[in-house]
Design a protein around this ligand. Sequence first.
Ligand code: HEC
Ligand code: HEC
Ligand code: HEC
Ligand code: HEC
Ligand code: HEC
Length: 273
Amino acid sequence: MKGRNSGCWCLVTLTLLLSFWQGQAWAEEETVCLQCHVAQPDALGEAVIDWRQSVHAVNGISCHDCHGGDPTDFAMAMSPERGFLGAPAGNDIPAFCGKCHLGVAEIYQDSAHGRALGKGGPQCVTCHDNHRVQLASHDLINEQDCSRCHSYDRAAEIKQAVKEIDLGIIVANNDLSALKRIGIRTRPLEDKLFALRNDYHRLFHTVEIEKVRKAATDYRSRLAEITAETAAVNARLDTRKVWGGATVVLLIIAAVVLLQLKKSYDTRTSGED
Ligand code: HEC
Ligand code: HEC
Ligand code: HEC
Ligand code: HEC
Ligand code: HEC
């Protein structure tokens, strides 16, 4: 009887612990901003649906990180005293996103696009969207989006220069992932590639064809270095595999020889009997 009771208590404690743990995880990710906005109509609720599919959601950048406010207090969430900024007007968007993307914002500001801000030029959201922001790639440069304000010719030329390096980065990334899967330490190479990728994707914002072309040459050689290093690691692995294979063969031969010796010894000793 006593035994069954303590079993019961064990179960209750376990359930309590589990629900507490789940509650903690929930509290961390569900801010009051998300809880209230998801139930709102139109743009207010769509913000949540779009944001959930964004590169920002994946990296833990939530509503309050961009818009400010208090993500823990239902009543005061959107009060200016708690740092709520509201939604920025078009001309303020580069500074709004530039809080975190400093390098990009600076380059943009000095570009033909930045100089045309407020005079028909595009800003960050024109190209990246506000809530559905995706990992950047040359796919963002396309006829539909880039011919809204001028001809696509110059855009197409920039895309050509950008695309080649983008593909090189993807190939190098796949090589690194393959090494990582078999347990090779790839951190220094990954860091190199990450830095190169960021530098290069930022450069687009100059929208200067000559600048992008010139830099492409430099990036190509930096990328070649990374590819050469992964190839060297792969070659070392291959020789190790060959030696590993050779060792196994030698061991098998040794085992067969030993077995033969033992057999002949056994027959000899049984013959002596
Ligand atoms: C209790 C519900 C509720 C909570 C909590 C809440 N919001 Fe809102 N939010 C609304 C409603 C309703 C509106 C539209 C009316 C208005 O602007 O007050 C709105 C509007 C907004 C806007 C647009 C404002 C504009 O200038 O157009 C932004 C941005 C926003 N909320 C972000 C946030 C953020 C960030 C948080 C958390 C820190 C948050 N909200 C918390 C209900 C909520
Ligand atoms: C990466 C920064 C960023 C994040 C994260 C973000 N927003 Fe926004 N949000 C913006 C910008 C920029 C605008 C202004 C967009 C414009 O004018 O095109 C905006 C506009 C809005 C608006 C005004 C209506 C609209 O769609 O233009 C609401 C409401 C809003 N955001 C709510 C939210 C909520 C709720 C979240 C969390 C799910 C969120 N935002 C997350 C950048 C962000
Ligand atoms: C509170 C800081 C913050 C703000 C504000 C912010 N971002 Fe981000 N953003 C990040 C972080 C963190 C990442 C993920 C790490 C990275 O890739 O840099 C990211 C990633 C991105 C990426 C993908 C980068 C890549 O590697 O391909 C784009 C594009 C982007 N943000 C655009 C924007 C735009 C547009 C705005 C304004 C509407 C904005 N961000 C506002 C923090 C921010
Ligand atoms: C005319 C369209 C356009 C505008 C305007 C624009 N971007 Fe981009 N952005 C791109 C393209 C295209 C890429 C990817 C280029 C590539 O693949 O090499 C990119 C790449 C990025 C990246 C990834 C680079 C990195 O460091 O990881 C970030 C972040 C980013 N943009 C943020 C911004 C912000 C912030 C603004 C506003 C200050 C802005 N963008 C304005 C088109 C634009
Ligand atoms: C909202 C309007 C708008 C959109 C969208 C837009 N641009 Fe532009 N772009 C401009 C304006 C304005 C200028 C400056 C005047 C000019 O050179 O035509 C410009 C200039 C340029 C230049 C010339 C820069 C120079 O100094 O030689 C290039 C290249 C360019 N844009 C590429 C792009 C690409 C690529 C895209 C798409 C990712 C794009 N633009 C989308 C408005 C836009």
